[in-house]
Design a protein around this ligand. Structure first.
Ligand SMILES: *Cc1c(COP(=O)(O)O)cnc(C)c1O
Length: 414
């Protein structure tokens, strides 16, 4: 028995064998993920060097935060990584939802229209859209087709003189669909720009950062947004969100984040800059670990007969692994095991509750350092049929442990 086997010996031989088989079968795919991760890691290292990040960037500021060069350099660094003209990386964004709200309110005026072409947006964005409606901003949405692809014909039909902003959600959110590959996003953007060249394309990039070798701006998007307690924070950023895109749009969004006239030039960083820089530095490594674990989980749960999106051997464009469990009890059990595999509050039993921004009760598991962080090992799901667990984040040894714990807990139900 080797040391790893000794550390895991409380688990059944059957499940340990299952995990070993999964590790062998997924080896080639996990190797490919590692290569992409290394490419992204080098991209980030070189961006740090080109932006001349210095230790003075970590000093931080108080009060107005005028001339906070750490904050400015972090924005430049993110712009470089995203191949964008400009970026805002701020803990003053409460979350990804807040960053998206600043983009919506900065761009859209009454009588203009927002069109989602990836179906119903993520739960926490729905109140944002209700608010846009009260401001006289119109909203339309188009479902993806039955194959989970953009519906080109309908997109062409729906775009008219009022359409101003096109919204694309890359990751599945709480719906049981494929996430949308960057290549598909690129194709649809070039199609849309041919219909109407001045349409603004906003990609909700949550969970997608650093998964592929390119990012949405390189696919032709004008703006993208995300959360720092997901991929880009590397598990180290204590909170925040980001926007990257064209100078003009970032400028407009910054007026909503702070105030017209102030924009991104103000905002004290209070000494947390280092955590944002360091999280960004580690992000490719952490994303690689999370992806490798997701592949492993997908292999295992699929071979147990559960429907998984994406399948273990499919191309990935985000870190989410959806597993269809089919009953409230199984979803609760799954989440309990994930919580128990955490490192903080590992003894807690998660319960489904109504949370701000969500319509149905949601159950969230994550024994995480940062509250609600989903780049750390975590699972969540809405308490509604067909009871899907969304598993994400973590480092490989912990994900392996988590999978074994989930297997043993699920066996008790049958
Ligand atoms: C998480 C998420 C959001 C919202 O981000 P928060 O940081 O939780 O506010 C938006 N869209 C998608 C697809 C997400 O996964």
């Amino acid at each position: 028995m080797n040391e790893i086997q000794k550390a895991l010996k409380k688990f059944s031989q059957k499940n340990l064998k299952f995990l070993k088989e999964a590790l062998e079968e997924t080896k080639i795919i996990r190797e490919k993920i590692k290569e992409t991760g290394e490419f992204n890691q080098l991209k980030i290292i070189q961006a740090f060097q080109e932006c001349k990040v210095t230790d003075e960037c970590f000093w931080g500021s108080t009060g107005y935060g005028l001339d906070d060069f750490g904050r400015e350099r972090l924005d430049n660094l993110a712009a470089k990584i995203f191949k964008a003209e400009s970026a805002l990386v701020r803990f003053n964004f409460v979350s990804g939802t807040h960053a998206l709200n600043c983009a919506f309110l900065g761009i859209l005026k009454p009588n203009e229209e927002l069109l989602s072409i990836s179906g119903k947006p993520y739960d926490t964005l729905l109140p944002l859209i209700d608010n846009l409606n009260t401001l006289g901003i119109k909203y339309k949405e188009l479902e993806l087709n039955s194959k989970g692809e953009f519906d080109y014909l309908k997109i062409k039909e729906k775009i008219d003189s009022k359409t101003k902003l096109i919204f694309i959600q890359r990751s599945c959110g709480y719906s049981f669909r494929r996430s949308i590959k960057l290549l598909e996003i690129k194709k649809v953007i070039s199609f849309i720009k041919k219909i109407k060249n001045d349409l603004i394309i906003l990609v909700d990039n949550c969970y997608g950062e650093l998964v592929e070798e390119k990012e949405p701006i390189e696919a032709g998007a004008d703006l993208c947004a995300g959360s720092l307690i997901k991929n880009l924070g590397g598990g180290i950023a204590p909170g925040g969100g980001y926007l990257a895109g064209s100078k003009d749009l970032i400028h407009k969004a910054s007026f909503i984040l702070t105030a017209p006239g102030l924009g991104g030039k103000l905002g004290a960083t209070l000494g947390i800059n280092r955590l944002l820089f360091q999280g960004l530095f580690y992000a490719p490594l952490i994303v690689t670990q999370a992806l490798q674990g997701a592949v492993l989980a997908s292999y295992i749960f699929e071979n147990m007969g559960l429907k998984c999106i994406p399948r273990w051997n499919e191309h990935r464009t985000d870190i989410i692994q959806a597993v269809k469990l089919g009953s409230a009890e199984k979803l609760k059990t799954f989440c309990k095991a994930v919580q128990n595999a955490g490192v903080i509050n590992s003894q807690v039993i998660p319960e489904a509750v109504i949370q701000p921004g969500y319509k149905d009760p949601v159950i969230m598991a994550g024994g995480t350092f940062i509250q609600g962080s989903s780049i750390e090992f975590s699972a969540d799901g809405a308490m509604r049929p067909p009871y899907i667990a969304y598993l994400q984040g973590g480092i490989l040894p912990q994900i392996k442990l988590g999978i074994l714990m989930i297997l043993e807990e699920l066996e008790k139900i049958k």
